[in-house]
Design a protein around this ligand. Structure first.
Ligand SMILES: NC(=O)C1=CN([C@@H]2O[C@H](COP(=O)(O)OP(=O)(O)OC[C@H]3O[C@@H](n4cnc5c(N)ncnc54)[C@H](OP(=O)(O)O)[C@@H]3O)[C@@H](O)[C@H]2O)[C@@H](O)CC1
Ligand SMILES: Nc1ncnc2c1ncn2[C@@H]1O[C@H](COP(=O)(O)OP(=O)(O)O)[C@@H](O)[C@H]1O
Ligand SMILES: [K+]
Length: 541
């Protein structure tokens, strides 16, 4: 796993490294070297380097010097003369570079800038990094659209200029990078909100030899999960099993209005590998589910007058739930009184429980001002996995806003720390999904935007429940198991997008591709580990 840091954590890490004897000035030299080495990968003969007033620009000035020494023609475009640069470290390297064989262009007109970029093989964006804040000011608010309009190959330094390195939000405009060379560790904003849209491929410069020894001296906002980290989940089925010992899931879902949610979640749980999946749904939709899923037993639960779980549902659901390795509750249940009762009943049982969709909205209705105010409602000994999207997560914490990865992580931590249980996980879904536990927050590979389609979350909930059901002797951490399920879901998105077209994917497409997705994830893990070559063939020893 690879750490992702907040801007504050990066600053603390720089301080730790400085205490160990490597100054910030030296780090800037290493950052510039890393940028130059990334730039040279494309063998450019002309490079334009756009620099700002701060240390992000400093990295650009160092890179300019190195590239010029490698016989690359370098134009450095600066808003001011080197002597007028405000950040002292950046001013120092700018003055030094000014004495070398680089062409410095101060405050060019739009047309001059366009001409320079038009002639370049590569543009290096060292305008703004982690120090960017507020509204984009001239001349950068003029430069950035000129760059984007010409669509050159762009290497951004640390973060694309205009992107908030913490939230990933682009308020006005932002450099559209082909690649981003980020320093020490990726910043959270590269994975949040608009980050993935603007950052392109992300490469990380370690800069400091003993990075592994000091990186744990600061907190990590999150950790990226690579397929290779999930290798233990790709074991083949053992021979000596039966349908129950493989793992069983009870899907407590559906209503007369949303029978499809129960069908999708149940089928996904089975496709994810559970040997026995049953559905407990309101009697009003039970026959529909039976007809749609011939392999799935359906338990009739008393309905209310609208076809949702009724007053007698709690007892019936809890009795049925006793025999299963995992219970998934929520898809399509509505928030009728009987549903709230069902959720509260299941929380009191000691079966591993996944709460999704309306089960979360039922939970939010329990308390005013956020369920973290009354954690005894959801604190339990058995595993509890909540799978909210941003809006559901916001409801769980009393309607405080959840808008991006950073706020989703913060909200998840509120819920987790209030409960204080190692067996509780919040899978905070969004364009990038965070899997948060009390100890750490994981960022599994995100899927394509095709996953933003109704019912896609029901499929994920089914994959999670199916995976939990199979984890009999699993010693944890539950975060990793959920990260595996999210990764498989992401791969279903890619597989479906390539089969049906990016815009044509619907949630039911994802379900039959779960097997393919597991295979793709396993291949990717073997590839990361160097066991598979480029052509995905097993390498001969
Ligand atoms: N992490 C690491 O270990 C290492 C980090 N390093 C590098 O340092 C970078 C951080 O440098 P930094 O702190 O100097 O900030 P930076 O991004 O250059 O921006 C500050 C300048 O931009 C200006 N400015 C701000 N907002 C603006 C706006 N809206 N519109 C226009 N201007 C705006 C701001 O002006 P001010 O608002 O202060 O007037 C100030 O002049 C980091 O990203 C990485 O590349 C490496 O060198 C070494 C290792
Ligand atoms: N832009 C996006 N890029 C990648 N994945 C996305 C994007 N938008 C949503 N997703 C994923 O799609 C799923 C949507 O879940 P959810 O909002 O609960 O849908 P529903 O309630 O309709 O089933 C989540 O797994 C989420 O991470
Ligand atoms: K930048």
């Amino acid at each position: 796993m690879r750490p992702v840091l907040s801007c504050d954590e990066v600053r603390r890490l720089e301080d730790v490294i400085e205490k160990e004897g490597t100054s910030k000035a030296e780090l800037m030299e290493f950052a510039g070297e890393f940028v130059a080495s990334e730039a040279l990968k494309g063998n450019p003969s002309r490079v334009v380097i756009l620099v700002g007033f701060g240390n992000n620009g400093g990295d650009g000035w160092v890179a300019a010097d190195i590239l010029a020494q490698k016989d690359v023609h370098v134009d450095v475009v600066s808003p001011v003369e080197p002597d007028e640069i405000s950040a002292p470290l950046a001013r120092h390297v700018a003055r030094r570079t000014a004495g070398r064989d680089v062409n410095i262009v101060v405050g060019p007109s739009k047309d001059e800038l366009g001409e320079l970029i038009g002639e370049a093989d590569l543009v290096i964006d060292a305008i703004l990094g982690t120090g960017f804040h507020g509204e984009l000011r001239p001349p950068f608010s003029i430069w950035i659209p000129v760059v984007n309009e010409l669509e050159p190959t762009v290497l951004s330094v640390d973060v694309p200029s205009g992107l908030d390195a913490q939230t990933g939000v682009v308020e006005h405009d932002c450099i559209r990078a082909t690649r981003t060379a980020t320093m020490l560790a990726p910043k959270l904003g590269l994975y949040s909100a608009d980050g993935p849209e603007y950052a392109g491929e992300i490469v990380c410069g370690r800069l400091y030899d003993q990075l592994d020894e000091v990186i744990d001296d600061v907190e990590h906002e999150a950790e990226i999960v690579d397929s290779a980290d999930l290798i233990d989940f790709f074991e083949p089925l053992p021979m000596n099993i039966n349908k129950y010992s493989r793992g069983s899931v009870l899907v407590v879902a559906g209503s007369a209005t949303y029978p499809g949610a129960a069908m999708m979640a149940a089928k996904a749980a089975a496709r994810a590998g559970a040997g026995y999946v049953a559905v407990a749904c309101p009697s009003a939709c039970a026959n529909l589910v039976r007809m749609a899923l011939p392999s799935v037993p359906v338990i009739d639960i008393p309905s209310d007058s609208r076809g949702a779980f009724g007053a007698a549902a709690r007892k019936a659901v809890c009795k049925a739930a006793e025999k299963f390795s995992c219970v998934l509750c929520g898809p399509g249940i509505t928030t009728a009184a009987g549903c709230i009762d069902v959720v509260s009943g299941l929380l009191k049982m000691d079966v591993p429980l996944v709460l999704d969709a309306d089960a979360l909205n039922c939970l939010a209705k329990y308390s005013i001002g956020g369920i973290d105010k009354t954690p005894e409602l959801y604190r339990r000994d058995a595993p509890l996995i909540l799978t909210p999207h941003h809006k559901e997560l916001s409801r769980l914490i009393g309607d405080d806003p959840v808008a991006d990865l950073g706020t989703a992580i913060e909200a998840s931590r509120r819920l987790l720390w209030a409960a204080g249980s190692e067996d509780m996980i919040v899978v905070a879904k969004g364009p990038s999904t965070a899997v948060a536990g009390v100890e750490k927050v994981l960022l599994p590979m995100a899927g394509p935007a095709s996953l933003a389609t109704a019912g896609s979350g029901d499929v994920l909930a089914g994959i999670i429940a199916g995976s939990v059901a199979q984890a009999h002797n699993y010693a944890g951490p539950w975060e990793l198991l959920c990260a595996y399920a999210v990764t498989v879901h992401s791969f279903t998105g890619f597989a479906a997008a390539s089969r049906f077209g990016e815009k044509s994917v619907i949630a039911t497409d994802l379900i039959d591709l779960i097997g393919d997705a597991m295979e793709l994830a396993a291949e990717s893990a073997l590839h990361d580990l160097g066991v598979l070559d480029e052509g995905s063939q097993v390498e001969e020893a």
